[in-house]
Design a protein around this ligand. Structure first.
Ligand code: PLP
Length: 399
């Protein structure tokens, strides 16, 4: 089928989510690059929204997928048969987590992990109120959407879940509103969609104390911040806290769909009775996804990329400058560049694409562009990408 045809069919038969899709027709992707059907190479400076932390199509991940598909791809639902790829991945993951995070519930996506954790909080505490923060993004399903901290994106879909509350992020005084009626608090340690907004460490510690004092579960969403993005496997390691429930997704699957909520064995047992099958999924924890994710994690642990994150972050801080950038937020290999209008930010993102760099804006911060390359990007490649971004800013300003 010709390229023209695919473009037409894309608009005709695939549901669209915006009026201006990027529309690059992908031929292949390898390492930090995506190649289109004309043979043009793009540096993926957003790593497929922090999915491809070890780069695209890593040979170890491909090998693990091939080996698993030759054995089996699907048997009856998750939680019934013992499937070696799930068991092995859960064992490795939990060996890297605190003692209270030893039971993994695999899902298909990040939003489903958030849904499962919200249900778990209700079941464990016997309470109903769920708290999140303004500017939060936890997924697009209706429960996760209820926890979103942005009225514009929620309003068209009301009624949503009752008994939810959004507090101000990084505001100590708002923690007083978390009382004994609260079942769980969902929080991102780095708010992704406001444009990489890190939580204040003292505030997170105070939030954890508050949750413990009112018997509410602290549910930490590391779906975007996980797997080395901030310089440690999970960002919570840098905050000196242990979540009651950890949400993960995106890079968890090494490029295949996978999410998980992780808690203690005791808490997770609540999903096995009253009612039995408290949370079920047909495809969550698919063995091929688990094999791929496990292989990707092994690569991440073997390579030096996580150790190099801080150095590469500093390189971005020192080199990615331009008078048109009004503000930068950053945490690890993850940065937002703010411009004085969303129109300018969009022009710059378009110029970047013309010049072979993929960036994007943020859901709640359209005046910013997103920098989150695969962690395997070399310092030289990063410097080259920085120069192209600067050139693109210059070009967009000339238009
Ligand atoms: N939580 C955070 C912080 C996210 O960034 C995302 C996705 O962007 C989600 C949850 C939802 O994940 P998914 O798109 O896999 O449902």
């Amino acid at each position: 089928m010709s390229r023209i045809n695919n473009r037409q069919l894309f608009f005709q038969h695939l549901a669209q989510t915006s009026d201006k899709p990027i529309g690059i027709e992908v031929a292949s992707a390898k390492g930090i690059h995506i190649y289109d059907t004309n043979g043009k190479a793009y540096v993926d400076m957003i790593a497929g929204f922090s999915v491809c932390n070890i780069g695209h199509s890593h040979p170890s991940v491909i090998k693990a997928i091939q080996e698993q598909t030759e054995k089996y791809m699907h048997v009856i639902v998750y939680g019934e048969f013992i499937q070696a790829p799930q068991v092995a991945y859960a064992k490795t993951l939990t060996s890297l987590l605190p003692d209270n995070l030893q039971s993994v519930y695999f899902t298909n996506s990040g939003a489903e992990a958030a849904e499962g954790a919200m249900k778990l909080a209700k079941r464990v505490t016997g309470k109903t109120k769920l708290v999140s923060f303004k500017g939060a993004y936890h997924g697009s399903t209706q429960g996760a959407l209820s926890m979103m901290g942005d009225e514009y994106f929620k309003n068209a879909f009301r009624p949503l879940l009752p008994d939810t509350l959004q507090l101000r992020y990084n505001h100590f005084e708002d923690l007083d509103l978390i009382d004994h009626s609260v079942a769980g608090v969902l929080v991102e340690l780095v708010q992704a969609e406001t444009g990489v907004t890190p939580a204040n460490k003292e505030w997170i510690i105070a939030l954890q104390k508050k949750c413990a004092s009112v018997c509410a579960l602290l549910i930490v969403d590391e779906i975007q911040s996980g797997f080395g993005r901030t310089g440690s496997l999970f960002a919570f390691e840098q905050y000196g806290i242990a979540p009651d429930v950890l949400l993960t997704g995106k890079a968890l699957g090494g490029g295949l769909p996978l999410g998980a909520f992780i808690s203690s064995v005791k808490m997770m047992q609540c999903l096995t009775y009253a009612p039995v099958l408290g949370h079920i999924t047909t495809f969550g924890g698919n063995p091929v996804s688990c094999a791929a994710g496990h292989a990707a994690l092994e690569v991440l642990l073997q390579e030096d990329w996580m150790k190099e994150v801080k150095e590469k972050e500093q390189l971005l801080v020192d080199q990615l400058m331009h008078p048109a950038i009004v503000h930068r937020n950053h945490k690890g290999l993850w940065m937002s560049l703010q411009f004085d209008s969303s129109k300018l930010a969009k022009k710059i993102a378009a110029a970047c694409i013309q010049n072979g760099i993929i960036t994007d804006w943020f859901l709640f911060a359209e005046d910013r562009i997103r920098i989150a390359p695969p962690l395997c990007i070399t310092k030289n490649e990063l410097l080259e990408a920085i120069q192209v971004i600067q050139k693109s800013i210059h070009q967009a300003l000339q238009e």
